[in-house]
Ligand binder design. Structure first.
Ligand code: KIV
Length: 257
């Protein structure tokens, strides 16, 4: 795991980091071949469980999905999101992060910044738990979905926040919905890689929610690129299946015992 993190750090300024979310073994089997980092994001609250935000997803659910993902991770770094409320003080953060690491055998955890929880990162790193930070739009704390860092004051605050997360010992930072110019400055200001989502090409790597790029989620803000409309492909297959069942074409002799 330490070597995997060293390899991630070495790529800064040289090769872009390719990162995606995954919540299950079957998706992971494919993603692992192409990704540097696979994140079991708490976005599964919205994407899989239909919740209106990520606030109510619990630790056991995150761990269950992480265990499924772990089954198919061969080479990527596996990072698991800590749900809201599970790292609100040092003791809870250490207990819950240890639980995630031990039960899922993941390589690292991610926590969202509330601009105050630097000591939490420090305490986790002290326990040898690798931490990925998360700044900009942070779904666990931000009230409204909007672009961050689009004025000089906000930009300076974000740079300071990123530096403090780096100083606390994080090995990388997700930068979500940050204006291009701010993302560029943040990336230049720190030695650890920035992983952008809606934060321009000036980050050291990119992450998106896999269901979004596959056209399965129905959530397509400007920063998402839909690489395929898998929803349509699945619908065509299911329509064909229905037709064949109704016409008694399926199961055929070769599908029967
Ligand atoms: O929960 C998640 O999927 C995330 C990514 C969008 C970065 O935090």
């Amino acid at each position: 795991m330490i070597n995997k993190i060293k390899n991630i750090l070495k790529k800064k300024g040289k090769t872009k980091l390719v990162c995606l979310t995954s919540y299950s073994k079957n998706h992971t089997k494919i993603l692992d071949k192409y990704c540097d980092i696979i994140l079991v994001g708490d976005s599964l609250a919205n994407v899989l469980y239909g919740m209106k935000n990520t606030h109510k997803i619990d630790l056991d659910t995150m761990i269950r999905h992480a265990i499924s993902v772990r089954l198919a991770v061969k080479k990527s770094l596996l990072v698991v999101d800590m749900p809201k409320g599970t790292y609100d003080n040092i003791k809870n953060a250490q207990i819950n992060a240890t639980k995630i690491m031990k039960r899922s055998k993941c390589d690292a955890i991610k926590i969202e910044s509330n601009k105050k929880n630097y000591s939490i990162i420090k305490a986790l790193v002290k326990k040898k738990i690798p931490v990925m930070g998360h700044i900009g739009f942070t779904p666990q704390y931000s009230k409204n979905f909007n672009v961050k860092g689009s004025n000089i004051g906000e930009e300076a605050k974000l740079i300071r926040e990123a530096k403090r997360i780096e100083e606390a010992g994080a090995f990388s930072i997700v930068a979500e919905c940050i204006a291009s110019s701010a993302a560029k400055k943040i990336t230049k200001s720190i030695k650890i890689p920035t992983i952008g989502i809606g934060s321009s090409k000036y980050c050291d790597g990119q992450i998106l929610v896999t269901d979004d790029i596959l056209g399965l989620s129905g959530f397509y803000p400007k920063f998402v690129k839909k690489y395929i409309n898998l929803g349509k492909i699945i619908e065509n297959a299911v329509r064909k299946y229905k037709k064949e069942v109704l016409k008694n074409i399926f199961p055929a002799k070769k599908n029967s015992y």
